[in-house]
Ligand binder design. Structure first.
Ligand SMILES: O=c1ccn([C@@H]2O[C@H](COP(=O)(O)O)[C@@H](O)[C@H]2O)c(=O)[nH]1
Length: 244
């Protein structure tokens, strides 16, 4: 993998094309995470730490990754009363993370933006989880609404609050881009290389489709983490991104 691969046409993600792939470090221990990062080597420049690793020493490991020059996306999907979110984000903003997620509720988004003030941390608002389809929203108590409509409504609110970026399925990325404009990030999980198992993801596209639909960053966990050769899996996705 050449460190010189770049994609100059995207105003937000210009720079190392490998940064457009965010690898979900969904493993149970720091030891496994460290071994995986070593195995992936320079094919991985941007890692996501979520619940599984975050609550198993992952916050300290994030500092180690940052020390190695990697970028870290802390995917804690915060949602609480405003004061708690604001103070929590203020603490996280000192840690050198690149991205942090909060749920796309107006109080939560406003509090997070206040908490990160003065830092380089970017707040991403999670609109509708990619494991949800329309019927899951009904089961969760929403009046019948297509997931794509709810994503659009939340993207409008996020834009009005001035959020840095949106998390949605790439199936909604074009519509979200028309709402939030060019200068906000669109980050899409629910990415599966052709033929890979979707697992619990319901709104799924391939890496190439995700990029063509306008995502700035693709989040990929199991297709890399559980691959027999995680480095090759990551390299193949970066190549697909470059080709798209
Ligand atoms: O809507 C969302 C928000 C976050 N995620 C997270 O992304 C990864 C996806 O992992 P895969 O193994 O590639 O399915 C995972 O850590 C989720 O917590 C999401 O999937 N959807």
């Amino acid at each position: 993998m050449s460190a010189a691969m770049s994609l100059p046409t995207n105003p937000i993600s210009a720079g190392d094309i490998r940064d457009r792939l965010i690898i979900g470090l969904d493993v149970p221990s720091v030891e496994e995470a460290r071994a995986l990062v070593t195995r992936i080597g320079d094919a991985g420049t941007f890692y996501k730490i979520g619940y599984q690793l975050g609550y198993a020493g992952g916050l300290e490991f994030a500092r180690e990754l940052i020390g190695q020059g990697k970028k870290v996306f802390l995917d804690l999907k915060l949602h609480d009363i405003g004061n708690t979110v604001e103070e929590g984000v203020r603490s996280i903003a000192r840690m050198g993370m690149t991205f942090l997620t909060v749920h796309a509720y107006p109080q939560t988004m406003r509090a997070a933006m206040a908490g990160k003030a003065g830092s380089d941390l970017k707040i991403l608002a999670v609109t509708v989880l990619t494991s949800y389809d329309d019927s899951d929203l009904v089961e969760a108590g929403y009046a019948p609404v297509p997931a794509a409509e709810l994503v659009a409504r939340r993207a409008e609110q996020a834009r009005d609050i001035g959020i840095d970026g949106i998390v949605c399925a790439a199936t909604e990325a074009q519509r979200v881009r028309s709402i939030v404009g060019r200068n906000r990030l669109i980050v899409t999980p629910g990415i599966r290389p052709a033929g890979a198992e979707a697992g619990d993801q319901k709104r799924v596209v391939t890496p190439a489709e995700g990029i063509r639909l306008g995502a700035n960053h693709l989040v990929v966990g199991r297709p890399i983490v559980k691959a027999a050769d995680p480095r090759s899996a990551a390299e193949a996705i970066v190549r697909e991104i470059a080709d798209a």
